[in-house]
Design a protein around this ligand. Structure first.
Ligand code: SAM
Ligand code: SF4
Length: 329
């Protein structure tokens, strides 16, 4: 799958549910209306659709959400997808999770062939954690991290940089992550979906964070890549890796190799644009995969050059109305 800008699409992110057991302030409103269950693709349909993408050149899969581990029987899907790892058609199967259910599932994930996972964690302070996630318990996430490491999974922490909330804590988070043998990636908030607060109050450019960190740490640019949009440095003092995902301050779209599938079978060619293709109807219209394969080809031919996010006081509306939990992080 090659898009109009010559980018080869080899990475599919699948949001397997829009539901979550947390209500992070930058991600969701507290009172969310979720999709009716009947609109969701079944796990069998998700498996079939994923096989079509693998036939078309996808080599890397990330399962996300919402919180993927709250979807019932999700381990069945992981085991099914794991067979593509065994056959060598898929290079990597990964997961982004808030960590709350990992204590239960870490071993099964490792058994299915998952090697590395991303866990989202924005603070090490239990009260702040409660304020950010509204419903989360930090102790459960720590237990999840420990379980994942014990199961042999390589863990990376993802931290959204939030003005006045965790900005002074970032050095401590770097020391914590690197001390535990985990990479840490910092992310800028993106204007996705209506939330209760004002996004301008949360937005902290990573250019600012990086220059502050450079006063305390030696940051050495390294060419390390995981297939995602992060750019990495090595932190001289800890020997660990620190990533920066900067959709706002540095547009990374030119090297985009990704498309995103929602739990209803909608394919988004860009996180920050509205254009999408419905794959559920062609999937259900016939037992063969020709229709869905053609629909994917037409969608890839429309993949846009990039997003145009803005966060400022004058721009009141989010860039796109759907929440990150719908398209998948
Ligand atoms: N529930 C899982 C989790 O939290 O890791 C997976 C889905 S979550 C939507 C994926 C990532 O998106 C998380 O790291 C989260 O912090 C991030 N995220 C959510 N809303 C965001 C926003 N508006 N801007 C930037 N990152 C966001
Ligand atoms: Fe849930 Fe992840 Fe969104 Fe937080 S960021 S509300 S954990 S989907």
């Amino acid at each position: 799958m090659i898009d109009p800008f010559g980018r080869a699409i080899s990475y599919l992110r699948i949001s397997v549910t829009d539901r979550c057991d947390f209500r992070c302030v930058y991600c969701m409103a507290e009172d969310m209306t979720f999709l009716p269950k009947r609109d969701l693709l079944t796990l069998e349909e998700l498996d079939r659709l994923t096989s079509v993408f693998i036939d078309k050149g996808v080599r890397k899969l990330r399962i996300t959400g919402g919180e993927p581990l709250v979807r019932r029987d999700i381990m069945w899907l992981f085991r099914q997808l794991g067979r593509h790892l065994q056959s060598g058609r898929l290079e990597e199967l990964t997961l982004t999770s808030n960590g709350s259910q990992l204590e239960r599932f870490a071993t099964e994930l490792a058994d299915a062939g998952v090697k590395r996972i991303n866990i989202s964690l924005d603070t090490l302070d239990p009260d702040k954690f409660k304020a950010i996630t509204r419903w989360g318990k930090l102790g459960k996430v720590f237990a999840g991290i420990r379980a994942a490491q014990a199961a042999g999974l390589k863990v990376k922490l993802n931290t959204v940089a939030l003005k006045d909330v965790n900005e002074t804590e970032i050095p401590e988070m770097i020391r914590f992550a690197h001390g535990e043998g985990m990479d840490l990636t910092l992310i800028e908030t993106m204007p996705l979906g209506e939330i209760e607060g004002d996004r301008t109050d949360q937005y902290l450019p990573l250019s600012t964070v990086r220059s502050r960190l450079a006063e305390e740490f030696t940051l050495i640019d390294i060419p390390f890549k995981t297939g995602g949009p992060a750019r990495y440095v090595e932190v001289g003092e800890t020997g660990g890796r620190l990533g920066f995902i900067t959709p706002m301050t540095h547009n990374f779209c030119e090297s985009c190799n990704r498309v995103r599938l929602t739990c209803t079978g909608t394919l988004y060619m860009c996180l920050g644009q509205e254009d999408a293709a419905d794959l559920r109807a062609p999937l259900r219209a016939s037992e063969g995969n020709e229709l869905v394969s053609e629909t994917i080809d037409r969608a890839i031919a429309r993949k846009p050059k990039g997003h145009d996010f803005v966060i400022d006081r004058a721009t009141k509306r989010p860039a796109v109305s759907r929440h990150m939990s719908v398209t998948g992080g």
